[in-house]
Design a protein. Structure first.
Length: 330
């Protein structure tokens, strides 16, 4: 039985708490929140007896095996560092951090402590992403030529202004899926061999990038375009084009559900096939299962497609480069 402590009482912690509670191999032992009212409501909602008002007290609880960091992403690094020093296994919500300096400090602490760590890009743990990997490795698409993705959600009024804007709240999804595709189809080094240009619009309220687009050319000639916005809409798309065919998601790749998740595979000139991946668990539940299995097997990182620490750092490098391009262009 894996005993969890949750840091934070936001909606994402609610979702993760439900996923933990649904597993017969995990138990919810404690929660930490700074707002007493929200803390009590969260604890009562999920039947958590231990309710702490500060991080240090929860991390000092020896009954806790693993910590889920559901705090705002601008404090992920400090929470992860504190948890690592106490020897706790860690699942920390995306994005890894909001600056590369904080990301490297976090990574150093995890490596020194030798604890299990996984960034909470939950969708990468879902079987639909493993199926995408199988398609890429099969060669059915031929040589990859272009990748296009978009994630739009009108959430700016709800997010923490210290969280870095759309790139670190939403852009991390298409960026991390681009990373997975490049790594799977083109090799471990392919994602870093790139040149990018980017443009964005600045929010008038918090100074963050609210709409962003990036164009990348990789050294193998593959072209990619991504867009992210938290100022309008509720839409997503992701397609991978090779010289033989195209694979595109017909269901949201970043929020796979318990049930049917669909990738459409089309060989040029032929009728498309729908590849249906059906599972009884959603992405958050698969994330819990991944952590349980990795810790049972004595691993410090979960196996792919779940991101390794080095993968999380590469995704952060891309996001910070994209953000810098947007800001430089006004």
């Amino acid at each position: 039985m894996l005993r969890w402590g949750i840091l934070g009482t936001s909606f994402i912690s609610d979702t993760m708490a439900d996923a933990i509670a649904s597993s017969e191999n995990s138990s919810l032992e404690a929660v930490m929140g700074r707002d007493p009212g929200r803390l009590e409501a969260f604890g009562s909602r999920h039947g958590i007896a231990k309710r702490y008002g500060d991080i240090g007290t929860l991390l000092g609880d020896d009954t806790i095996d693993i910590v889920y960091v559901g705090l705002p992403n601008n404090v992920h690094h400090s929470a992860v560092i504190a948890a690592a020093k106490r020897g706790k296994a860690i699942v920390s919500e995306k994005s890894l951090t909001v600056t590369m300096a904080d990301a490297h400090t976090l990574a150093d602490a995890v490596r020194v402590s030798g604890v299990f760590f996984m960034e909470g890009l939950m969708y990468l743990n879902h079987p639909v992403i493993a199926e995408l990997g199988a398609i890429l490795r099969s060669g059915r698409l031929g040589q990859l030529r272009s990748i296009n993705g978009l994630y739009a959600a009108d959430i700016s009024k709800f997010v923490n202004p210290a969280g870095g804007g759309t790139l670190f709240n939403l852009g991390c999804y298409p960026a991390s899926l681009l990373h997975y595709v490049m790594q799977t189809a083109c090799g471990d080094d392919a994602f870093g061999l790139r040149k990018i240009t980017g443009h964005g619009n600045m929010s008038a309220t918090d100074g963050n990038i609210c709409d962003a687009a990036v164009s990348a050319r990789f050294s193998n000639g593959l072209l990619a375009t991504l867009q992210s916005t938290d100022s309008y809409g509720m839409a997503w798309s992701f397609a991978i084009h090779g010289d033989k065919g195209v694979a595109r998601f017909k269901t949201n790749p970043w929020l796979p559900v318990a049930g049917d998740n669909i990738i459409e595979m089309e060989i040029y000139g032929k009728a498309p096939d729908q590849i249906v991946v059906s599972t009884g668990l959603d992405a958050f539940q698969h994330q819990v299962l991944t952590a349980e299995t990795a810790l049972r097997d004595g691993l410090k990182q979960a196996p792919g497609p779940s991101p390794r620490l080095a993968d999380s750092l590469e995704i952060m490098e891309f996001l910070t480069e994209w953000d810098a391009c947007c800001r430089a262009g006004g």
